[in-house]
Design a binder for this molecule. Structure first.
Ligand code: PMP
Length: 401
């Protein structure tokens, strides 16, 4: 069976008490007790600053902070901890690349390739840098079933394209990108590939070398860790060739009023006191999800998504969006019912879904709807949650029928 035994897993999540059917993990994942405990210790008995203290507590905290970086590097299949930049989240990671790499490497007339299904955080930073340098944005269309059309991409990339930035997994449709093929296509014209791994990192085995991308971003809070921490991965050589994004303490080599020189990566991108407690929490979260094995989460959640699609297809007024094979995320609509009303009625049934544009308005425009309802699965969901969703949707249909 592709399914994990979730009873024991659910018990570890204080946020899931009272049989709550939480189907909004794509927005943010609930946190296991090991993560909350690790953060409580880090902010309590172990708390001190990193990098600067000469006393033992601070030295210990610095060791723990760097151990988290090493753990993240192993989780991502990076070759060195120097490739791991701690940022506030995926959004900050993409802004960092757009502003730092973008302003240093893009000039007037250059082109940036995005796709129709990107999250606003993988659109707006590129628009900002494009406007600043006079670059243009192209949009790769989707196949009929909602995947980034790589045939089109291969046919339309040109040497003017310097950056290709794509979601590894769509937060709306659950579509999984063939990242290796996208990397090959980008590199064939001399472009870099940035992957938005927000939804892939909590579900798929990551191996930076195998993916072949140049930049990878992810958010801690979607990985069963805390908010306020995320990761940007790039090869140290790439990072060291990029100008700093923010200035301040901890990112310098030597400061004088005449001239300041910068520390090598990753420090040069980590100005100021970092998110110490959150980084320790992220370490615990990665230990937690890795303990299930590299492919267990994907198998579990995509099987729940498939089961959900089968059940929803049987309800005649429901339209499903996205590919047959979804990484645990199911978007749908119901004839004559606004997604927000679906969400409100499901809430009365103790079922939490997301309704809205999911920060992907261009994708909504493509689908021809203002919003969708979205059920997304996590490690703690099971067939009971699917059954509760289906029961709730049958009630929605009766009310609006
Ligand atoms: N990209 C995708 C695909 C996402 O799902 C999200 C979060 N919804 C983001 C980017 C932005 O992540 P964050 O808000 O954690 O920075």
């Amino acid at each position: 069976s592709p399914f994990l035994q979730v009873e024991h897993i659910r018990d570890q999540f204080p946020g899931l008490a009272n049989n709550w059917h939480y189907l909004d993990t794509a927005a943010t994942a609930q946190k296991p007790k090991v993560v909350l405990d690790a953060m409580m210790r880090a902010g309590g008995v172990d708390y001190a600053t990193v990098h600067r203290g000469v006393y033992a507590r601070s030295a210990n905290m610095s060791v723990a902070f760097e151990a988290a970086r090493t753990r993240v590097a192993r989780f991502m299949g990076a070759t060195s901890a120097d490739e791991i930049v701690f940022v506030r989240g995926a959004t900050e990671g993409i802004n960092l690349v757009a502003h730092s790499w973008g302003t240093a490497n893009l000039t007037a007339g250059d082109r940036i390739m995005l796709s129709q299904l990107e999250h606003h955080s993988n659109i707006v930073p590129w628009q900002m840098v494009a406007e600043k340098v006079g670059a243009f944005i192209d949009v790769c269309p989707l196949t009929k079933d909602g995947q980034i059309d790589l045939d089109w991409l291969e046919a339309h990339l040109t040497p003017a394209h310097k950056m290709v930035a794509l979601a590894h997994v769509s937060n709306v449709l659950g579509s999984v990108l063939d990242a290796k093929r996208a990397a090959h296509a980008a590199h064939a014209v001399g472009a870099k590939l940035l992957l938005d791994g927000c939804q892939a990192a909590p579900r798929m085995h990551l191996d930076m070398a195998a993916l072949g991308c140049d930049f990878y971003v992810m958010s801690g809070h979607k990985l069963y860790g805390p908010t306020g921490v995320g990761v940007l991965w790039a090869q140290a050589e790439t990072l060291n060739a990029m100008p700093p994004y923010q200035g301040g303490g901890a990112m310098i080599d030597r400061v004088t009023f005449e001239k300041t020189t910068y520390a090598p990566a990753p420090s040069r991108f980590e100005a100021g006191t970092p998110m110490i407690i959150e980084v320790i929490g992220l370490h615990a979260a990665i230990d937690f999800i890795d303990s299930f094995g590299p492919d267990a989460l994907f198998a579990h959640e995509s099987a729940l998504a498939a089961q959900t699609c089968d059940a929803l297809r049987a309800i005649s007024s429901i339209t499903l969006y996205g590919p047959e094979q979804s990484a645990g995320i199911v978007s749908f609509s119901m004839v004559g019912v606004h997604p927000h009303d679906i969400g409100t009625i499901l809430d009365e049934e103790n079922v939490a879904i997301r309704a809205g544009h999911h920060c992907a308005q261009p994708l909504m425009d493509h689908l021809g709807v203002p919003a969708t309802a979205r059920a997304s699965f996590g490690i703690y969901n099971d067939e009971d949650d699917v059954a509760a969703l289906v029961r709730g949707l049958e009630r929605v249909k009766r009310i609006f029928g």
